[in-house]
Ligand binder design. Structure first.
Ligand code: C2E
Ligand code: CA
Ligand code: CA
Ligand code: CA
Length: 278
């Protein structure tokens, strides 16, 4: 045991030491990743269940790590969120997304993109003005760039979050409330903040074919959203039964492995050629 001064004594734990070392390395690698151009956006289709059309895509980040291969966001976004790194990553993603939208526009493709924003980026890591400038620079209409936020923003300064949100929406960027239903304050969120769409979390959608209470929950969310004038996207749609049920509930939009996994841009574009998806 090592004395740390005062009365606190710290014991040396080799496993903990290894974990700390690995984490330090990951953090270091993460710092280099932008410079080394190691991040990549994957695209997952969002489908209109009524029209049977592809309407947009969610941009989902991956990290092509030189040793570890393709690293999923859950393995590095939380770490990035502990520092300013998440802001850099967010600006990188914004830049890639608007460039992609510009290319799609040139090709006559009218899909929108939605971008995940961490609570930590709000308000100063991703100022509304910066988003507006990026879209203007590339001639993108604000309506085609949606921002997905979670109720985690409620943990930030409420005034700041509210101001950011209302500025974003006033500029014409749609705001999606992500992972709806997973937190403790989904309803109070809706009471405080106006959003354009909510995304019902996949944990509720997964079992709607077999679990009566899950089905009732999703149905209630869709009905409530409708009365508030908010559209609903069901996440985690994996089989045709889901689609029939969601349609019956009046849920207009869906996303999930049934349509496609998130894809690298070339594969996504190739898939677009093959629509209709249903
Ligand atoms: P999310 O925003 O809730 O994204 C949906 C996740 O569900 C994605 O995981 C997606 O691949 C997965 N998914 C889609 N359809 C299905 C399905 O049918 N079944 C199942 N089981 N899963 C499905 P992914 O790509 O690993 O992303 C995980 C999380 O990482 C995202 O959750 C989001 O919170 C975060 N994230 C991803 N990209 C970014 C980013 O650019 N910035 C920030 N701040 N966070 C990001
Ligand atoms: Ca999302
Ligand atoms: Ca989600
Ligand atoms: Ca999530």
């Amino acid at each position: 045991a090592k004395e740390l001064g005062g009365n606190s004594v710290q014991f040396f734990d080799p496993l903990l030491a290894i974990a700390i070392e690995q984490r330090r390395k990951l953090e270091n690698d993460l710092r280099n990743a932008i410079r080394e151009d190691e991040f990549v956006l994957y695209y997952q289709p969002i489908v209109d269940l009524v029209a049977g059309d592809l309407v947009g895509a969610e941009a989902l980040i991956r990290w092509r790590h030189p040793e570890r291969g393709l690293v999923p966001p859950d393995d590095f976004i939380p770490l990035a969120e502990e520092s300013e790194l998440i802001n850099e990553i967010g600006l990188w993603a914004l830049d890639v997304a608007v460039k992609r939208l510009a290319l799609w526009r040139e090709a006559g493709n009218r899909l929108y993109l939605s971008l995940n924003v961490s609570a930590r980026q709000i308000p100063d890591g991703l100022p509304p003005k910066v988003i507006l400038d990026a879209t203007r620079r590339h001639g993108i209409e604000p309506g085609t760039l949606a921002l997905e936020i979670t109720e985690g923003v409620l943990l930030a300064d409420l005034g700041d979050a509210a101001r950011w949100l209302s500025e974003i929406r006033a500029l014409g960027f749609p705001v999606y409330l992500d992972d709806f239903g997973t937190g403790y304050s989904s309803l109070s969120y809706l009471k405080r903040f106006a959003v354009d769409r909510l995304k019902v979390d996949k944990s509720f959608v997964r079992d709607i074919a077999h679990n009566i209470s899950d089905r009732a929950l999703v149905e209630a969310v869709v009905a409530m959203a409708k009365s508030l004038g908010i559209e609903v996207v069901a996440e985690g749609v994996e089989d045709p039964e889901h689609i029939q049920l969601l349609r019956g509930m009046g849920c207009r939009y869906a996303q999930g492995y049934y349509f496609s996994r998130p894809l690298p841009v070339e594969d996504f574009c190739a898939m677009c050629e093959r629509i209709p998806l249903m």
